[in-house]
Design a protein around this ligand. Structure first.
Ligand code: ADP
Ligand code: MG
Length: 540
């Protein structure tokens, strides 16, 4: 039998979970629940995870981390012997997770729900999906991280709720507001900072350490290029992160680094109060974003029913305090860095019920072990009803068209705020007699002028029934639940049979019946040309 898993492909760390006896459980890779999202080359061999993270310290020029920030962009990292795109790095991480988790469970893993930030564009989602498919994973769903977290928190399904998810990871901060209505999850607004995370908190402790060294040795070690200084900087960073983590449980820590530079040993005490003061500006920045996301969603703090904390950095007590002061007392899971992955595992199971999960068998097992008594309910989520994740498109998508004065304008087809999956089609005409082909240009944006919108790509369609008259051509947009866009252009023959399609439209580029067009395409009655939007052309 094969197992379906949920994977949180994180900027700093990735986590994989599956459903065991009706409970989401993390699969420890290399003995740890958290798998660093780092790739490194060692003696020509590609390594990922904890080993690569350790390697990063010794050999930063052949290692790379936080590549998720560049996902979907047309860039590559030069690691000396080889170049890697962000998608390649994701591929190696997913492949390793798939293989190692599979051998731990002694099961084949070939299907997964993978989480992505709620603000990820379709290009970034498509890149994530491609990486997973290369790794041999069939992607059941790409799911927004805050929704996955809400699933794991076992949101009370009985009533409508507005939920805020505060996710502070290693390198990114995401804040989202969601509406949960029974089994339906909808992201209402997102904001955040893709350059703010736990690393910045570490960096502030490092600065404090550099200052103290400067006082004691009269040396600014950050400006030195010698190997011994570089290795000292690495040690400082490692110790700073450790001190930060220890301060989540202790009121005071000693930072001791023996023989840091030659026979100079470093020693410093840091209290939690001092740390909190040090990081105040970073915390304030996250609080400003809270107010901003409320504004985006047109809500006030009183409208928020619950606040969920997600991400390793929310283990810092100051986060809880600040969130309590600015919104309300937050819910905190025991392992905030695992909730996204566990939620994804619940979603994966829900998508596979009843095909993959034999509920009767699981029930038997459960009764025997008496661990859980209702398995159609996972972490409070009722699996009798399917979990529905609603997402909205964040841009308006459309094409260029000519108006009566033969001037180009932007014709929206799928409007911003439409719920996914979304589709739409409009009818246009060739503009000159005996025209042999049409080129339709695709844009996204909110302006009436095509020039002010973002160019996404274009599609040239050869006209089969070349005519003195203007030939009707349909432009069809489809955005699936993974936010991946397919654009199709279709020539509509001027026969009686297709009159109904055109009647539903109008020659001003009115909307068309998408389902009917798709039916005709499937039956081969209409012929179209499709493109997936080129991810790389416009993210630079
Ligand atoms: P991401 O979502 O970016 O992949 P995680 O949610 O795994 O990352 O968070 C990683 C961050 O959490 C790191 O900066 C790490 O130092 C921080 N972190 C982990 N445990 C603690 C802790 N106990 N106290 C403070 N910070 C922590
Ligand atoms: Mg995360």
């Amino acid at each position: 039998m094969s197992v379906v898993v949920g994977i949180d492909l994180g900027t700093t760390n990735s986590v994989v979970s599956y459903l065991k006896r009706g409970r989401a459980e993390v699969i420890p890779i290399d003995g740890k629940n958290i798998f660093p999202s780092v790739l490194s080359i060692r003696d020509g061999e590609i390594i990922v995870g904890s080993q690569a993270k350790a390697r990063m310290m010794l050999s930063p020029e052949t290692s790379v981390c936080s590549t998720k920030r560049d996902m979907g962009k047309d860039i590559a990292y030069d690691l000396g012997t080889e170049m890697f795109t962000p998608e390649d790095v994701a591929y190696y991480i997913l492949k390793t997770i798939k293989e190692k988790a599979g051998s731990i469970l002694e099961e084949k893993i070939d299907q997964a729900v993978i989480t992505v930030p709620a603000y990820f564009t379709s290009e970034q989602r498509e890149a994530t999906k491609r990486a997973a498919e290369r790794a041999g994973l069939n992607v059941l769903r790409l799911m927004p991280e805050p929704t996955a977290a809400a699933l794991d928190y076992g949101i009370d399904q009985q009533r409508d709720q507005i939920i805020m998810v505060y996710d502070l990871g290693g390198g990114t901060f995401d804040i989202s507001i969601m509406k949960v209505d029974k089994n339906e999850f909808e992201v209402l607004a997102v904001d955040g900072n893709s350059r703010l995370g736990g690393d910045d908190f570490d960096e502030l402790i490092c600065s404090r350490i550099y200052d103290k060294i400067n006082d004691e040795l009269g040396e600014d070690i950050t400006s030195k290029k010698d190997k011994k200084y570089i290795s000292a900087l690495m040690k400082i960073r490692e110790n700073a992160e450790k001190a930060k983590m220890d301060l989540s449980d202790l009121e005071e820590v000693e930072i001791i680094i023996p023989n840091l530079i030659d026979d100079y040993s470093f020693e410093m005490t840091l209290t939690r109060d001092e740390f909190n003061q040090l990081v105040e500006p970073l915390m304030e920045e996250t609080i400003d974003k809270i107010y901003n996301v409320l504004k985006l969603a047109n809500l006030t703090r009183d409208d928020i029913d619950r606040v969920l904390l997600v991400g390793g950095s929310t283990k810092m007590p100051i986060v809880k305090e600040k969130v309590r002061d600015s919104v309300k007392d937050p819910y905190v899971a025991p392992n905030v860095d695992e909730v996204v992955s566990r939620g994804a595992a619940i979603m994966a199971a829900s998508l596979c019920v009843p095909e993959t999960y034999d509920m009767a068998q699981i029930n038997n097992e459960v009764n025997r072990t008496n661990e859980v008594n209702r398995v159609n309910e996972i972490n409070g989520v009722n699996l009798d009803k399917k979990i529905i994740v609603k997402e909205k498109v964040v841009f308006t998508y459309g094409i260029d068209m000519l108006d009566e004065n033969r001037k180009l304008y932007f014709r929206p087809i799928i409007k911003r705020g439409s719920t996914l999956p979304a589709k739409g089609a409009v009818l246009g005409y060739t503009s000159t007699p005996l025209q042999k082909s049409v080129v339709i240009t695709i844009y996204r944006g909110e302006s009436k002028s095509v020039k002010e919108n973002q160019y996404l790509g274009e599609l040239e369609l050869d006209i089969v029934n070349v005519s003195e008259k203007n030939v009707p051509v349909c432009a069809l947009f489809e955005i699936d639940e993974n936010m991946i866009i397919t654009f199709t252009s279709i020539e509509i023959p001027m026969t009686e049979e297709y009159r109904e399609l055109m009647d539903s439209s109008g020659n001003d580029g009115g909307n068309m019946d998408v389902d009917l067009i798709n039916k005709y395409l499937l039956e081969g009655k209409l012929k179209g040309k499709k493109i997936k939007i080129d991810a790389k052309a416009h993210l630079k």
